[in-house]
Design a protein around this ligand. Structure first.
Ligand code: DLZ
Ligand code: SF4
Length: 510
């Protein structure tokens, strides 16, 4: 009974559930299609990464002797979407009796996939994606009787379940579950940083770079500067390089930012993990081993493992639990259009310019750039969650909706009615000054609240609290901030309000 086994562009894992049971007469389908390449205006590096990694993965499947139908981009004029690709495969192989795939990562695509059974009149089997530690069903069980979903409690369960960084008595290594407070040091500008591994494009990648330049010339980034890993082997090399060279410092400096240092001590491996080139359990075991061998401190190992088995699994669980309604939320009724500089980096605000420039150059910026610079600005300025979430989904090579939407809509924009975060991550310029050296290189004055040359983050921060007073003043974690606001003389408050309003009028020119 030959089956059609569909492998998606973010399912490039040899251990994928649907590949485990492939029989000799099954046909594996992989397709580079316009619909997936254009539902967001993906960064050109993201397109090169996915297409090149798909082609390399297909080569491996072929070498293993599988029967593979691989459709290159624009090769078949009738194939625009994955549905068209399935139709084409069935027309070429009328002997196929069913369709199998591992559950996909986005609600949008899952809706399309479930329509295949009826459309093609074939049974459709969707397998659980066991590349995640926690299945959708397990998460739903965990969430069932809870009033509030807090990552910390979920994370503790995942630590017990995986037994990562747990001692013989099933207690957390070092006595504490979470060393978050030891992850927030500012980084001295002269600390030596070893950059992530880069890979020269091979013939396959060069061909894909040409394709992306030809078909997606308007998309962000210069495809010719692409130097990412495109195979599992390269991705593992890149990750081990991180563990050996950077992880020890990652613990202290994971929230730090430095001028012209887009990577600092971050692994940039989320983009490999999210398309299946790396395995989350293998990564965590390597990090745990580095700690056990005394190569990295506990705050580094725990901080890294928390991101993977805590945060990453938690946001995926919430996404599937709350979609599709989740995407429509806009708790603070924010509706301002995004200024054009989000696409170019052309702004005088040094912190924004740095975060956006590394996005343009590398389809990457690290979590504090995303949360506390570009995300914080979007929150303070009341930018439309629809537009902002589209931007994040498009410009980051690691962005798929299951991970991007909760991080942006919930964490950065506080638009999800406090499901993900218990308070908005709103901050004035002071936070950015503390965690970076950007303010020393900025024409704005971080100490000034209003008037000529004042740091825009300051007035926008107070303006945000003032504007959302009705909704936010009851939040226990904002009491101190509101007390500070109310302590300001009326005249000062008025000057800040006026400056904030002026900034929003001139937003395109900041
Ligand atoms: C993101 C992406 C892109 C750009 N292109 C393809 C493609 O051509 N073929 C494919 O199978 N998958 C692609 N993907 C990944 C899918 O969009 C992905 O499976 C969904 O985003 C769900 O996570
Ligand atoms: Fe950003 Fe304000 Fe600092 Fe300039 S002064 S870098 S705008 S926080």
């Amino acid at each position: 009974m030959p089956r059609l086994v569909v492998i998606l562009g973010d399912q490039l894992s040899p251990a994928l559930a649907s590949l485990q049971a492939v029989a000799n007469d099954d046909v594996i389908l992989m397709a580079e299609v316009m619909a997936e390449a254009s539902y967001a205006k993906h960064h050109s590096h993201k397109l090169v990464l996915i297409f090149s990694a798909m082609r390399h993965f297909a080569d491996t499947l072929q070498q293993l002797g599988h029967q593979l139908l691989y459709l290159k981009f624009a090769e078949q004029p009738s194939v625009f979407s994955l549905t068209d690709a399935v139709a084409y495969a069935i027309s070429q192989h009328p002997e196929l009796t069913s369709i199998v795939l591992t559950e996909c990562g986005e609600y949008r695509l899952e809706q399309e996939i479930v329509s295949w059974a009826q459309r093609f009149d074939l049974p459709l089997e969707q397998l659980c994606d066991d590349r995640f530690l926690c299945s959708r069903q397990q998460f739903a069980n965990w969430a069932k009787d809870r009033q509030q979903f807090r990552m910390e409690y979920f994370y503790r369960e995942m630590r017990r379940y995986s037994h990562l960084l747990m001692n013989d008595k099933n207690q957390p290594e070092g006595g504490k579950w979470n060393y978050d407070k030891a992850n927030r040091k500012a980084c001295p500008p002269d600390l030596v940083q070893i950059p992530p591994l880069q890979f020269e494009p091979d013939d396959t990648t060069r061909e894909v770079i040409g394709l992306v330049q030809q078909h997606f010339p308007e998309h962000m980034g210069d495809a010719t500067s692409f130097r990412l890993a495109v195979t599992g082997k390269q991705a593992r090399q890149a990750f081990l390089h991180f563990v050996e060279q950077q992880l020890a410092q990652f613990g202290d400096y994971q929230d730090a930012m430095l001028l012209d240092q887009p990577f600092l001590f971050h692994s940039i491996c989320s983009m490999y993990l999210n398309i299946g080139l790396l395995d989350v359990r293998w990564m965590c075991l390597k990090v745990e081993q580095a700690y056990k061998d005394g190569q990295v401190p506990l705050n580094a190992a725990e901080g890294f493992i928390r991101q993977l088995i805590g945060w990453r699994e938690f946001v995926r669980g919430l996404y599937w639990l709350l979609m599709p309604e989740y995407k429509t939320r806009n708790t603070l009724a924010a509706n301002r259009s995004m200024p054009a500089f989000y696409w170019s980096g052309n702004t005088k605000m040094r912190c924004m310019q740095q975060a956006i420039q590394s996005t343009v150059d590398h389809a990457y910026s690290h979590h504090i750039h995303r949360l506390m610079v570009t995300g914080n600005f979007a929150l303070l300025a009341g930018l439309s969650p629809d537009e902002v979430t589209d931007w994040y989904l498009a410009v980051y090579a690691d962005a798929f909706e299951w991970v991007e939407l909760p991080n942006t809509l919930g964490m950065a924009l506080f638009a999800d009615n406090a499901v993900l975060a218990s308070k908005p991550y709103a901050a004035s310029g002071k936070y950015i000054q503390r965690m970076s050296n950007y303010c020393q290189h900025c024409p704005y004055d971080v100490k000034k609240m209003h008037g000529e040359g004042a740091c825009p983050f300051n007035a926008l921060y107070w303006g945000f609290l003032d504007r959302n007073n009705e909704q936010l003043r009851g939040n226990a974690r904002l009491q101190l901030a509101y007390q500070q606001w109310h302590k300001k003389p009326e005249q000062e408050q008025q000057a800040i309000r006026q400056h904030a309003a002026q900034l929003l009028i001139q937003i395109e020119h900041l």
